[in-house]
Design a protein around this ligand. Structure first.
Ligand SMILES: [Zn+2]
Length: 334
């Protein structure tokens, strides 16, 4: 397809909203035409974010009640925090149904996730007091979350009912239930946190949601899913990327290729460390590889397990169950 056959780019207004998190500001996007105004993501549930959102809308001649819908790219608190408030104003909340498991602070999903991480971290060598802190952090994060329900459930590979010029794509990796909005005619894509221009997205390990209890839930192979998804994005003729954080950018393919290459390099480094160790817990490996970020347990454990699962899937290392119930990662022999 040449550019001359492409449709005219849409008017997608970026609203950069402050967050109290290390990641910095988050993007919400406003798409407005004569009939409707739709917001994609809505920032954290803080007064500061709400004020900036209200100001941004008013520059477009809108008040929040004028929004017809908000589409959530994934359930993380920096993207969905204003959803309950918007819903109370009559704005329709649209998301894949599983996103609702994040939108219910205090529900069984909080304890499901905590049980999952407690079991996982115990097996992977994380000390008890560190697990306690990690769970406390998770709980605090959820307290900041919003209590909303999904009004319109979005299905992957279907047209977005409130934005018919976009297809809803499933982009698992950073989050399991994450979507991108893809306009095949213009090549525009709104990707949430799946592809960020200034930082590499973390592929976060999550529990599968289908088990009876969190402690029985399997972990997702998030890094491998993430890579597979990045490769499938390479098949799209993308013109402009609207990311969840950082500026709007072009040339998605160059960025995707550099992310994939950086991951391959890191995989090799993890492999060498496992070999040198003669056998290691994931936590030992995580705290030595990410020595400067030692206290960010959930991030460094997700990263480390992502590479270990990948190395195991390609047959280079093994996950060995010790009599203690803990797991040791070792170079595969023979
Ligand atoms: Zn984010």
């Amino acid at each position: 397809m040449t550019s001359s056959t492409r449709g005219t780019l849409l008017t997608i207004r970026r609203l950069e909203l402050p967050t109290p998190f290390p990641v910095g500001p988050v993007n919400a996007y406003l798409i407005k035409d004569a009939n409707q105004a739709v917001l994609i993501d809505c920032g954290p549930g803080t007064k500061a974010a709400r004020d900036v959102l209200i100001r941004g809308l008013s520059e477009e001649g809108l008040v929040p009640e004028d929004l017809t819908a908000v589409v959530l790219t994934h359930g993380h608190v920096d993207h969905v925090g204003q959803a309950a408030w918007l819903q109370s104003l009559g704005v329709t909340v649209c998301a894949p149904p599983e996103v609702e498991t994040w939108l219910q602070p205090g529900s069984r999903w909080d304890s499901y996730r905590q049980e999952f991480f407690t079991t996982l971290y115990t097996m992977q060598g994380v000390p008890e007091d560190v697990i306690h802190h990690a769970n406390k952090d998770l709980g605090m994060l959820q307290k900041l979350n919003t209590k909303a329900t999904v009004d319109v459930t979005l299905s992957y590979n279907q047209t977005c009912p409130v934005l018919p010029m976009f297809q809803v794509l499933h982009v698992p990796g950073h989050a399991q239930h994450a979507l991108a909005l893809w306009n095949a005619e213009t090549g525009e894509i709104i990707v949430g946190d799946q592809l960020l221009p200034e930082i590499s997205s973390n592929a976060l390990v999550e529990p599968e949601l289908t088990a009876k209890t969190g402690s029985e839930a399997k972990r997702t192979l998030s890094l491998m899913q993430y890579r597979e998804n990045l490769r499938s994005l390479l098949e799209l003729e993308i013109s402009v990327v609207y990311p969840g954080h950082g500026p709007v950018f072009e040339d998605a393919h160059t960025l995707i290729r550099s992310r994939l290459a950086a991951q391959e390099k890191r995989r090799q480094q993890f492999y060498e460390r496992v070999v040198e160790s003669g056998g290691t817990s994931a936590y030992q490996l995580a705290t030595s590889y990410f020595a400067r970020h030692k206290n960010q347990t959930s991030l460094i454990m997700s990263e480390t397990l992502g590479y270990l699962d990948w190395l195991s899937a390609i047959g280079e290392i093994d996950e060995v169950n010790l009599a203690s119930g803990q797991i040791e990662w070792k170079q595969r022999r023979g």
